[in-house]
Design a protein around this ligand. Structure first.
Ligand SMILES: Cc1cc2nc3c(=O)[nH]c(=O)nc-3n(C[C@H](O)[C@H](O)[C@H](O)COP(=O)(O)OP(=O)(O)OC[C@H]3O[C@@H](n4cnc5c(N)ncnc54)[C@H](O)[C@@H]3O)c2cc1C
Length: 373
């Protein structure tokens, strides 16, 4: 096993950072404040080919692996965690179509790679958050066409729903669960926006109502709960990557501030109380990075270990990001809570990484199951 980055991966990482620094970073504050349009930014990512990182080359993508996608999300998230979330959802829909899509692969993956459709996970409901088996959205097949199902129900907190979206929707009938693909452009759906989130403000979230006879859907092959878990395992590694990106920016800002801010006649970086915060931050962000890259590496190279490392990476990296971005705010003093400084955005976004794509507690439930407990 080698979880260090190869020369090719390092060169990709540099390319990603350069793109993000030039195209996204200058608009980070405006994206967070809703003054710049995240849809336009997603179009720029799409034009640069980044929506197809994990799609095979023969289907129009870049033929990359999960680690490549993690590196991109890591580069992006410190400037726009909302866009990182939008990509995590998109890549997870690509993942389940690749694994469970049979002939749907050739139809949808080229469209998703080109950004003509954006993947949107539609799993959660008001009464089905951590426990997706409480899902109430239902499906029925019309007798004339067994491939064409009708969906009825409302999904909550769906990112990318206002795009030309391809929804992956968890639904059930009396025999069990399935995941269906629904093209937003050919179906009557009602969207209602969830406004004012604490973080990830550069993304928009919607409740989506699928209106029975007017919501036509095609099923992926396999048990719906297994497919939803596969999507979440992938997207949680990407959210761990987003936590890394937030930490990378947070530690850089905190170290700069510590060197530049003088109190009691010296830069505050001279005081051990400040130095230890930075030392712990750098140690835990490095540990988070190793665990996250380890998880991403195992996706293709050690798939039987993937679920375990995905849960470890998500819970560890998101906790580190939340804890140490709070300490970085502390180092900034009153300027840490100023909305004119990027650090308060990093702190708000870091907290959300503990909730999205499976909470930290749910990752621990997965890990105890992996131990046979
Ligand atoms: C900004 C944002 C974007 C989102 N985007 C999407 C999206 O695109 N698509 C989508 O489908 N969903 C999305 N979600 C929903 C997200 O996946 C859920 O919020 C998440 O799965 C947790 O569900 P919940 O919020 O209902 O919490 P709950 O399940 O109600 O949990 C509440 C608390 O109880 C704890 N808990 C629950 N069960 C256990 C247990 N067994 N053991 C210990 N503790 C437990 C949880 O850890 C948590 O602390 C989004 C959420 C947010 C906030």
């Amino acid at each position: 096993m080698n979880t260090f980055l190869s020369a090719a991966q390092k060169s990709l990482q540099e390319q990603y950072l350069k793109f993000v620094n030039e195209v996204v970073a200058p608009h980070a504050a405006d994206l967070d404040a809703g003054k710049a349009c995240s849809k336009d930014m997603l179009t720029k990512l799409s034009q640069a080919g980044y929506l197809g990182i994990t799609v095979p080359k023969e289907l129009g993508g870049q033929g990359g692996d999960l680690l490549d996608a993690v590196l991109f999300v890591e580069a992006l998230a410190g400037h726009s965690a909302g866009l990182a979330m939008a990509l995590a959802s998109h890549y997870s829909v690509i993942e389940v179509i690749t694994r469970y899509g049979a002939e749907l692969k050739t139809r949808y993956l080229p469209l998703l790679a080109r950004g003509e459709m954006i993947g949107a996970q539609a799993f959660s409901e008001d009464k089905a958050g951590s426990d997706l088996s409480a899902c109430q959205t239902s499906f029925s097949f019309s007798s004339s066409n067994a491939a064409d199902a009708k969906l009825t129900g409302t999904k909550t907190w769906v990112v990318n729903a206002d795009m030309p979206a391809l929804f992956a929707v968890l639904a059930k009938d009396e025999n069990g669960f399935k995941v269906f693909l629904v093209d937003s452009q050919n179906n009557a759906l009602a969207l209602s926006e969830r406004k004012s989130t604490m973080g990830f403000r550069s993304a928009r979230f919607f409740d989506v109502e699928f209106k029975g006879a007017k919501a036509s859907a095609e099923a992926l092959s396999g048990d719906g709960l297994v497919i939803a878990a596969a999507a979440l395992d992938l997207s949680k590694v990407l959210i761990a990557g987003a936590a890394l990106g937030l930490m990378n920016v947070g530690i850089k800002l905190a170290a700069e501030r510590a060197n530049n801010r003088e109190q009691f006649g010296a830069p505050i970086a001279k005081y051990q109380g400040v130095q230890w915060k930075l030392a712990d931050f750098s140690t835990e962000s490095a540990a988070s990075q190793m665990l996250t890259y380890r998880a991403a590496w195992s996706h293709a190279s050690e798939p039987e270990e993937f679920r375990k490392y995905a849960a470890m990476a998500k819970s560890y990296a998101s906790r580190s990001a939340r804890l140490h971005s709070a300490e970085a705010v502390q180092i900034f003093g009153v300027m840490g809570i100023s909305c004119d400084e990027p650090l308060e955005r990093i702190y708000r976004d870091a907290k959300l990484t503990e909730v999205l794509e499976g909470t930290s507690e749910v990752q621990k439930v997965i890990l105890k199951e992996q131990l046979g407990v």
